[in-house]
Design a protein around this ligand. Structure first.
Ligand code: 5GP
Length: 190
């Protein structure tokens, strides 16, 4: 998606540890016009799927998922990062190691909001090592719903997540795939 790549080139900042900062339009301040275009592009790419629900993870996936959901006309469910245990069985849960914080979170979704008849599209801002997507897809599996695929805004193609998950059969549509980020701040797309 050229509009997105241009914006990453203009405003993205390469940080230590293979982190791309896009706080000025995606992760802190949010450019809603751009989000609308991102949402339309996800809808175009998944137009062959009868999506009934979008699943994302708090916090930075929520804004993108909500705007995308307007193009799909479906609700958004976000997985919550939680510290309490799943005692009463009313929740689906998974362990997700955060790429940016290094912590492992127990993430939960209420059983009320994912049903076996749902066709799920996962949406997230970044794909790096794939931990978030693995955890979210485990939750979808536990619910008995069908996972149609994942829509990712920025995939860091030089990290392993995309390859591992595509090899495992997951459909992933990434709107910008970064091939390389150099120490002096250059960003090269696939
Ligand atoms: P993964 O689980 O694929 O290793 O990492 C994806 C998650 O980590 C995303 O939900 C995103 O919030 C965060 N993340 C991974 N890489 C980056 C990055 O380069 N920049 C930012 N801002 N977030 C990232």
């Amino acid at each position: 998606m050229e509009l997105l790549k241009d914006r990453i080139m203009k405003d993205g900042k390469v940080r230590k540890g293979n982190v791309l900062k896009v706080d000025s339009f995606l992760n802190h301040q949010m450019d809603i016009k751009l989000f609308e275009e991102i949402g339309k592009e996800f809808k175009r790419r998944f137009s062959d799927c009868d999506i009934t629900k979008i699943l994302t993870i708090e916090s930075s996936g929520i804004g993108i998922a909500c705007i995308a959901a307007q193009s799909f006309g479906v609700p958004v469910v976000f997985a919550k990062k939680n510290t309490t245990k799943n005692i009463d069985g009313a929740l689906y849960s998974a362990q997700i190691e955060s790429f940016t914080h290094g912590k492992t979170y127990n993430v939960i979704v209420s059983r009320d909001y994912l049903k076996p008849e749902d066709n799920i599209l996962i949406i997230d801002d970044f794909l790096a090592k794939g931990k978030a997507l693995v955890g979210l897809s485990q939750i979808v599996k536990k619910s008995g719903a069908t996972l149609c695929g994942a829509g990712i805004v920025i995939e860091k193609g030089f990290q392993e997540g995309g390859k591992i998950l595509r090899d495992a059969g997951m459909r992933i549509e990434s709107l910008a795939i970064i091939k390389e980020m150099t120490d002096d701040g250059k960003i090269i797309f696939e």
